[in-house]
Ligand binder design. Structure first.
Ligand code: 2OB
Length: 885
């Protein structure tokens, strides 16, 4: 058998040649396969990226000027709102551009290796870029269609307003990212623990996230994911309503089906319900929703959507200790005891999935009976199955298929679900495909879930199942010459922990571990990619933090409980007023929050934005001023600093109107130069919203106006009237950024409405309960356990790992976990392969049967598994070059 390291080295050699021939730049969802970058090329690439972004900003500016000028001249029902929307979003775009340029400059310093240009900073840049491109797309559509009789003015107006809010929040998120950056060491995506910035959580929590869950939901992902997220968020909102009204899972499923219509029709109501649910709901809501496909009509979904397999059986591994040979010392035996933490020894449920019935496996008809017999008597399975087969043949008069020979390999799978939900059943969809494509038995572990069974129960059960499977491989239809562990999300974390434990116990380690979109640091540490949870349709921050609490066994505080008790914890953490935490000295570039202490140089004149007003003249708008470097603060020599010069951006009425409309009426915005980093999907149907029917939606509640689903729906009717008002001043819910007052003044001049009519950004929504549990739980010692967070494991423990295959997603909150884990493995010389999937969301394996890009990413995982098991990858191409130090 090849040594894993040798194998990895061989693959690396192969894929280096592939690297040259592959044309990855145009692939939307494939891994970041990119040619090697060296010194000057790297610099050029950075410039190219910045150029592409500048080009988009320029295009946006022209379109804004054009539309703005048009709607000033052509007074129609919605013209006032159009003008306001484009003006507001242009203000945000101008403010975000210099910040973006700063991130483009520093981002490469955080890559795990030169072959994989990926990290949270790059992702944030990407998301802003996508938002700008989508706005360009919508504005182009407006330019192209606004004179037509069938122009859906209301639809486009709502779209632009929604994107203006998104851009505004992205601007605030970029600001938080700068603070994370200022507290991080060079190349480190997670700030040092001692600098835990509670205030960042407060800031992050206080953002108005609703715009990310309404009509723009999942805008950052590829177009084929859009309908999926519209469906899931509709389901989530309607389930939230049903959850509070009903008890049983089935009744809830039915009730949510009935509710779904109104949430599908009203994206704003949906967003309000989801955000409110994420802030307030306890973990049992997540469990219930994430398990929606476990029972009721949806449980048969995988049956329709996936390959059929011959063996798909659930059984229990008895809670009996057994002995295994040590892999370290000849003849030594290691005793494996059943899992026993918290609830005492208990059996472990597993599911065996196999494309065809194999020798050694109990016969399908009496699977459990035979298995029990095997487990009790330890008879060879062949002895059991043959007589039964004979009887069946006799009874049915049919010749039963002879089982296929034993496989030489085995996959042990551990499912994700935030440690609190899901099972092998909900992951059957892609497991059946794997079973068919790889044609190896898969044993998936149904470990006990938190919060009823917190850490380390799940890890113990998975380890026990792993060891048992090695020992009893024959009953699983395999000789287990090659064994690998595969898990997605929380399951990937468990896989790595199991492999570390195997190494620690001195038993055989698997031949490889596949960890797809896996969290490796299960604690409340911010990072640039983690900021994406502010907008993630599957992993919103409130839910993520509750998963951590549940897994760590920290009792969740109920909403309304006194949060002041957390103050002792909070006060034990470094105070923000210490020099290290004084961000006024951290040379950050822009401060959108008026509540933040004023920076040095605050008296300096803010750069100005000039917008054309109704009369073609110029009105002044102040942009947030960049803080000049302060000499007063501590020495930040090891802290990467964005130094950004904000220029005075001028949108000149004359200049812009000189651009012919025809120039702007390009049919597809794919024509816009694409950066070598930012691949366009090549799909002109950017968002579902283009196809959406025009729907009414209520105006947004004011900040802090959190409503229950029922209240929400009652309010809906009232709101609808307001929403329909074409002269309604722009009610874009924007955070209280200092420049917005001025922007709104500009708007109000442009729309000729009185300033006080403009519903301006009010105070940010604040959720003290969610913040409180984060701050209170932070110092819990359990959160330092390396088996819970492999990133915290010491070098010796990590060195015992077999080759690790990491498949994170670029737009996933837990991307940085994989990047930093790869960095650790690289430093320790542990073979690893890091392939970052672009444009797909966390959990893509669950979407393989309904999304082309997810299928491609699944193929990548399948090829990795084939490689680990010593088989030829399918399609001849393995993917990103393997990296081994
Ligand atoms: C300053 C801010 C800093 C923030 C710092 C805090 C961040 C903490 C970060 C990391 C810690 C990690 C903690 C735990 C991570 C958990 C990872 C983890 O395991 O996450 C998984 C949770 C389940 C799920 C969401 C998932 C994948 C797929 C999802 C499923 C897809 C379809 C399923 C629907 C129910 C189907 C409905 C069909 C119907 C016809 C509409 C759906 C949505 C169920 C849920 C899963 C990922």
């Amino acid at each position: 058998m090849d040594s894993p390291a040798g194998k990895m080295a061989a693959v690396r050699a192969d894929s280096t040649t592939e690297e040259k021939t592959a044309a990855p730049e145009s692939k939307p969802a494939a891994e970041s396969v990119r040619p090697k970058e060296h010194g000057h090329r790297d610099k050029r690439k950075k410039t190219d990226v910045a150029d592409s972004y500048n080009c988009w900003f320029k295009t946006l500016r022209s379109l804004t000027a054009n539309n703005s000028e048009y709607f000033e001249r052509h007074k129609t029902q919605y013209s006032g709102r159009f003008s306001s929307a484009v003006c507001v979003l242009q203000g945000h775009a101008d403010a975000i551009q210099p910040v973006l340029e700063g991130f483009i400059r520093i981002a490469p310093d955080f890559d795990a290796d030169e072959n994989t240009p990926s990290n949270g900073y790059r992702s944030l840049v990407k998301v802003v870029g996508t938002c700008i491109r989508r706005i360009i797309h919508v504005q182009r559509k407006v330019v192209n269609n606004r004179d037509g009789l069938l122009f859906q003015s209301k639809h486009y107006c709502l779209e632009l307003e929604a994107y203006a809010s998104v851009l505004c929040q992205l601007r605030a998120i970029m600001d938080v990212a700068q603070k994370v950056l200022a507290k991080s060491k060079h190349g480190q995506l997670f700030p040092e623990e001692k600098f835990f910035p509670e205030f960042l959580f407060e800031e992050a929590e206080s953002l108005d996230k609703e715009c990310f869950y309404g009509r723009c939901v999942g805008f950052q992902f590829c177009s084929s994911m859009q309908p999926i997220f519209h469906t899931i968020s509709t389901a989530m909102a309607s389930f939230a309503e049903a959850y509070s009204d009903h008890d049983g899972q089935l009744t809830r499923a039915l009730a949510s089906l009935l509710n779904s219509g109104k949430y599908a029709m009203n994206p704003e109501l949906r967003a309000r319900t989801i955000v409110s649910m994420c802030d307030k709901a306890d973990i049992s809501f997540c469990k219930a929703f994430w398990n929606i496909t476990e029972e009721g009509p949806l449980q048969h979904m995988s049956g329709f959507l996936s390959s059929s397999v011959n063996v798909n059986k659930v059984f229990h591994i008895p809670a009996l200790p057994f002995e295994m040979e040590s892999s370290l010392e000849d003849g030594e035996l290691v005793t494996i005891t059943p899992p026993c933490s918290q609830t005492g020894p208990g059996p472990v449920q597993v599911r065996l999935i196999c494309f065809e019935n194999r020798e050694g496996q109990p016969d399908d008809l009496d699977f459990i009976e035979q298995l029990e017999e095997y487990l009790g008597t330890k008879n060879k399975p062949e002895d059991i199955s043959s007589p039964i087969l004979d009887q069946v043949e006799e009874k049915l008069g049919t010749k039963k298929k002879v089982p296929a020979p034993k496989s030489d390999a085995l996959i042990i799978h551990i499912h994700g679900g935030g440690f609190v939900a899901q099972s092998s059943k909900s992951h059957e969809m892609y497991l059946r495909t794997w079973a068919k494509d790889i044609d190896v038995p898969i044993l998936s572990v149904d470990y006990s879930l938190a919060p009823a069974h917190p850490f380390p129960r799940a890890m113990e059960e998975c380890f026990f199942a792993y060891a048992w499977a090695l020992k009893n491989a024959q009953i699983l239809g395999t000789t287990a010459e090659r064994v690998c562990l595969a898990g997605d999300s929380a399951g990937g974390n468990l896989c790595v922990s199991v492999a570390m434990r195997a190494a620690n116990y001195g038993i055989r380690v698997p031949d490889g571990v596949l960890a797809a979109y896996t969290p490796f640091l299960v604690r409340y540490t911010p990072s640039p990619s983690r900021l994406l949870c502010m907008m993630d349709p599957l992993l919103p921050m409130g839910i993520l933090s509750r998963c951590i609490a549940a897994y760590a066994g920290l009792k969740e505080k109920k909403p309304g409980e006194d949060v002041s008790s957390s103050s002792s914890t909070t006060s034990s953490t470094p105070q923000l007023s210490t020099p290290e935490h004084n961000f006024s000295s951290a040379r950050l570039v822009f401060d959108p929050s008026p509540t933040e202490p004023k920076r040095s140089g605050e008296g300096a004149a803010a750069p100005k934005l000039l917008f054309t007003n109704t009369t073609g003249g110029l009105c002044e708008v102040h942009t947030p001023s960049p803080s000049p470097p302060s000499g007063e603060g501590p020495d930040h020599t090891d802290i990467p600093v964005l130094t950004v010069e904000t220029e005075t951006a001028v949108i000149h009425g004359k200049q812009n109107t000189e651009q012919t409309v025809d120039n702007l009426k390009e049919p597809h915005f794919e024509d816009i130069a694409l950066s070598p980093y930012e691949e366009d999907s090549g799909d002109s149907e950017w968002s579902l919203t283009d196809k959406q029917t025009e729907v009414d939606s209520p105006s947004r509640g004011g900040a802090g106006d959190e409503k229950s689903p029922e209240e929400g729906s009652k309010q809906m009717e009232k709101d609808r009237a307001a929403e329909d008002d074409p002269n309604r001043p722009s009610s874009l819910s924007l955070p209280s950024l200092p420049s917005l007052d001025e922007i709104s003044m500009a708007i109000s001049k442009m729309t000729e409405s009185k300033p006080e009519e403009v519903v301006l950004p009010s105070e940010p929504v604040h959720s003290p309960s969610s913040i409180a549990h984060v701050t209170r739980y932070r110092p819990s010692p359990i959160l330092n356990n390396p088996y819970m967070s492999p990133l915290l494991a010491d070098d010796e423990l990590l060195k015992g790992l077999p080759p690790v295959y990491l498949v994170p997603c670029a737009l996933d909150p837990v991307l940085d976990d994989s990047i930093m884990f790869a960095q650790r493995l690289k430093a320790l010389g542990v073979p690893y392969k890091l392939q970052v999937v672009e444009e797909l969301s966390h959990g893509f394996l669950n979407f393989t049967s309904i999304c082309k890009e997810a299928r491609q990413a699944n193929d990548l995982c399948v090829n990795n598994l084939l490689e680990m098991l010593g088989r030829r990858p399918r399609g001849g191409r393995v993917g990103t070059p393997t990296r081994k130090v």
